[in-house]
Design a binder for this molecule. Structure first.
Ligand code: FAD
Ligand code: N01
Length: 548
């Protein structure tokens, strides 16, 4: 099956390179897909728009960027040697360290020779007669591949807000999701930051240390738990390294693929005092496992409010001026219904004299002019503006590619009213096109590396099966897709997730259909369904024989 040769000229005169698997994206998903494709003896090419590997961790270089899943868990599990030899220096790894890890993996597994960097995939069209994908890039290169794997990431299409006059601003504008590699010198400047999601909450304390004055333009306050990051404890690291296989397996049995201590009683089944002690204990320990205290926190509004109220009190305690504290207290959504944040001194930052909270819910931004931002009747003179305004999540990167399936069907057209997939892995009408952590999978609600590994392994095993049975194509059936989307919808409706205006629902992007995209049934349930489907001869997929 090794053929990675230039075959023939195409209409535009460019050569078309043929390979078995064309992978889009060189983040953790694309890198692992390349590794497994090679292990199957297939030729594979990765096309990546960045100049290096790492995806999220290549692009999000803003000060303060770090992981909120513990380092010992936010890493590949597929290689025992890798997980033994890599050393994480902190409880939660910083962006530079995760990027260094991605580069280390690329070197160790000799991945770079098959990655075409600085190249964006613009179009992928299924050629029905030959059952191949023809993939075109902005560099004029084309690839013909039997299988195409979209490893384009759920949080890789940075979202710039549509604010009147933004383009007229004379100072620097920096999106957290596309931060300049050379860094940004902000000292002595008045800096504005728009956005108080996870990125904003991480970057704000760091910007406050550098700026002359920092103005935080907040539309919606968020819940955040102290991360309590610290240097890696050697005993802790060793205990993981000694028991990695067992702990990874245990983590995979938990809803988010993260080894956490889960409470088993309803929050409402214990006394107020016991509950407070439990929340205090988790608050002191730090990190997002706060939400694992009780199993009904994301199912029962009354239970949820006990945790929300606890955090609201902590915010009021952390922020000295009650007039500043109150607008920082989230009241419009259940805690955890938007992705919970983990911070280092976020709320305390508003006690600094050089930090001003601008409540743009009360005083909306009117416009941006060359010298700054006008919100309500006040003008804020700024030297730089930081946009921590998030992403066109889950579907954004896919929809930016012109993906054309059978009978000229465009993916954007099919997904006009919201994405439709079977298991997040394939969409009917698009044979041989796999998606890693696609809409309808639990990915973004989990330790994403675990979700990636499981999806990529499933795809690789599926391809191996197709080769075994000498099949030319695989496609999700319309009925399997419909049943799965109904399952995704019903599962979400049983939770409080749908009560928040979050990027899970797509409402952060003007015009995007409001459809809850992730599967909230948990990673183990999802993985069992994926495994059962495979074990039953890929139930829900139609598999075709080689055409004559
Ligand atoms: P990505 O890392 O997004 O990689 C996708 C790649 O595809 C990118 O390099 C992109 O340039 C490339 N690409 C996209 N479109 C094209 C195209 N048309 N042509 C060529 N290349 C293309 N997850 C967690 O589990 N825990 C965390 O603590 C956590 N922290 C995060 C912090 C930040 C700031 C962000 C933004 C996300 C975080 N995530 C976290 C989610 C994170 O995205 C995943 O953990 C993981 O890194 C995703 O890997 P990926 O390979 O699927 O996608
Ligand atoms: O993006 P977000 P993010 N005018 O969408 C505001 C992962 N991540 O980059 O809520 C004014 O959460 C918007 O306001 P509102 C993680 O999965 C993880 O922060 O829409 N404001 C909101 O405050 C996370 O969930 C880490 O009212 C505007 C903010 O911008 C995901 O990435 C770190 C606006 C966007 O928040 C996305 O996080 C970073 C406008 N026009 C990211 N448009 C970890 O710690 C948007 N906003 C692991």
């Amino acid at each position: 099956m090794q053929h990675n040769d230039v075959l023939e000229g195409c209409a535009g005169g460019e050569a078309v390179e043929s390979c078995d698997v064309l992978i889009v994206g060189a983040g953790f998903a694309g890198m692992y897909m390349l590794h497994l494709a090679r292990r199957l003896g297939l030729s594979a090419v990765v096309v990546e728009t960045a100049s290096g590997v790492g995806g999220t961790w290549f692009w999000n270089r803003y000060p303060g960027a770090r992981c909120d899943v513990e380092s010992m868990q936010y890493s590949y599990s597929f290689s025992e040697e890798l997980q033994q030899e890599w050393h994480w220096s902190e409880r939660y790894a910083s962006q530079p360290e995760i990027l260094a890890y991605a580069n280390y993996v690329a070197m160790k597994f000799d991945l770079l020779r098959d990655v075409k960097f600085n190249t964006r995939v613009m179009r992928a069209a299924f050629q029905e007669e030959e059952s191949r994908w023809l993939v075109s890039t902005d560099q004029g290169t084309q690839y013909r591949a039997k299988w195409c794997v979209m490893a384009t990431g759920c949080l890789s299409a940075a979202q710039t807000p549509n604010i009147l006059g933004l383009e007229t601003f004379k100072g620097g504008i920096y999106h957290t999701g596309n931060w300049p590699h050379e860094g940004v010198a902000l000292s002595g400047q008045n800096v504005g930051v728009i956005g108080t999601g996870s990125s904003g909450i991480q970057v704000i304390p760091e910007l406050a240390k550098q700026a002359n004055h920092l103005y935080v333009f907040q539309r919606t306050p968020n819940f955040s738990i102290p991360a309590r990051n610290r240097a890696m404890d050697a005993d802790y690291e060793n205990s993981w390294k000694k028991n990695y296989a067992e702990r990874r397996a245990l983590a995979r049995s938990m809803p988010a693929g993260i080894l956490s201590q889960f409470g088993d009683k309803s929050a409402l089944a214990v006394s107020a005092e016991e509950r407070r002690q439990e929340y205090e204990r988790r608050w002191a320990a730090g990190g997002t496992s706060f939400m694992a205290a009780y199993p009904d926190l994301l199912r029962n509004a009354e239970a949820n409010d006990t945790a929300a109220e606890f955090v609201r009190e902590k915010i009021r305690q952390a922020v000295q001026d009650p007039m500043v504290a109150e607008p920082l207290v989230p009241v419009d959504h259940p805690i955890g219904a938007k992705r919970i944040c983990a911070d280092t001194n976020y709320f305390e930052t508003f006690n600094r004299e050089n930090v001003t909270l601008v409540d743009i819910r009360a005083n909306p931004i009117r416009d941006i002019s060359p010298g700054g931002v006008t919100a309500g009747s006040d003008f804020y003179e700024l030297g730089s503006l930081v946009l921590a305004t998030g992403f066109d999540a889950i579907t954004g990167a896919l929809n930016k590619i012109e993906i054309v399936g059978r009978q000229g069907l465009a993916l954007t057209e099919k997904w006009r009213d919201g994405p439709k997939t079977f298991l997040g892995l394939m969409s009917t009408g698009f044979p041989n096109l796999f998606i890693v952590t696609g809409p309808g999978s639990p990915s973004v609600l989990t330790n994403v590396i675990v979700a990636i590994e499981d999806n990529v392994k499933w795809i690789a095993e599926c391809i191996a099966y197709l080769i075994d049975v000498d099949a030319e194509y695989i496609e999700a059936t319309a009925s399997a897709e419909e049943t799965w989307m109904e399952e995704v919808r019903k599962t979400a409706e049983g939770t409080l997730y749908i009560q928040a205006k979050s990027w899970y629902l797509g409402v952060n992007v003007p015009g995007k259909p409001a459809v809850f995209m992730p599967y909230v049934g948990g990673l183990p349930t999802y993985q069992k369904i994926c495994d059962d489907v495979a074990n039953e001869g890929y139930r829900g997929f139609s598999i075709g024989k080689r055409p004559n």
